[in-house]
Write a protein that binds this ligand. Structure first.
Ligand code: GLP
Length: 256
């Protein structure tokens, strides 16, 4: 696992965007797994700027998003469909048919999960999967206790996750109780994973990932220790516990 230590959120966003833009300029096509939440917003903003500066086209790119709330219309401003349009897709030249996000309004949610898995198989593989991480160590919406063997499925959100995401809704009661998420096995099959973490509230999750030996379903992100190609881009605050307790083990990777 490679750790890129950055000073703050602004540097994290720039480094992450450059990383993804370089992938695209190297191959001109591919499948990106994308994430939502507060963390990648800055990266998407930078991605748009850097793509414009470098004349990079997204015409041959396919994207598959990690998750979507159950019960929100795609045009609901709090859906992840809307989030992706607002923060990335409306500003780049990706064909709409190349964009894939789970349908949280499907009448048969199990069928929708199977369709999503089949769609990913049809694209062969995810070349690079972007991840954030929850305060409880969740990846995508795979809450603690989710099986490492899981594929795209419906999950009941923990109250702590609903509370953390309530800032995007008028009131806590409006935060959906369920979501569709890519499974942990689905995520692990991506050729490469890039995880972004910013801020003190991510320090415990990063400590579990970088300092503790245990790989446990209680902290879903710990499975990434078993993935052959992971890059963590994290700022000083997110790394604060790591720097306090296991800097020596990570001496090389944590240097600027
Ligand atoms: C959300 C998303 C995750 C995201 C995580 C952290 O619930 N489903 O994909 O990585 O929680 O979010 P944030 O970046 O806002 O802290």
């Amino acid at each position: 696992m490679k750790v890129i230590r950055v000073r703050d959120y602004s540097e994290l966003s720039q480094r992450a965007a450059t990383y993804f833009i370089n992938k695209l300029t190297q191959s001109h096509f591919g499948v990106w797994g994308l994430a939502t939440g507060g963390t990648p917003k800055g990266m998407y903003k930078e991605l748009i700027i850097q793509a414009e500066e470098k004349g990079v086209s997204f015409q041959n790119l396919h994207t598959v998003n990690l998750d979507e709330y159950v019960g929100l219309q795609p045009n609901d401003p709090t859906s992840y469909h809307s989030y992706m349009q607002e923060h990335l897709f409306q500003a780049i030249d990706i064909p709409s048919e190349n964009i894939h996000i789970p349908n949280g309004m499907a009448s048969d949610l199990e069928k929708e999960c199977d369709r999503y898995e089949e769609m990913i198989k049809g694209l062969e593989k995810i070349d690079i999967q972007l991840l954030g991480v929850g305060e409880n160590g969740h990846i995508g919406f795979n809450e603690p206790g989710t099986s490492f063997d899981s594929r795209t499925h419906v999950i009941q959100l923990e109250s702590s996750t609903r509370e953390a995401n309530a800032r995007y809704f008028d009131r806590l009661g409006d935060v959906p109780t369920h979501a569709i998420t890519m499974g942990i096995q689905t995520i692990m099959e991506a050729s490469e994973v890039v995880l972004l973490a910013s801020g003190k509230n991510k320090a415990k999750s990063l400590h579990a990932l970088l300092c503790e030996k245990e790989v446990t379903e209680d902290i879903p992100a710990t499975i990434l220790k078993k993935h052959p190609h992971v890059t963590v881009i994290a700022d000083e605050e997110a790394l604060s516990l790591v720097l306090l307790t296991c800097e020596r083990e990570n001496e090389q990777v944590l240097k600027f």
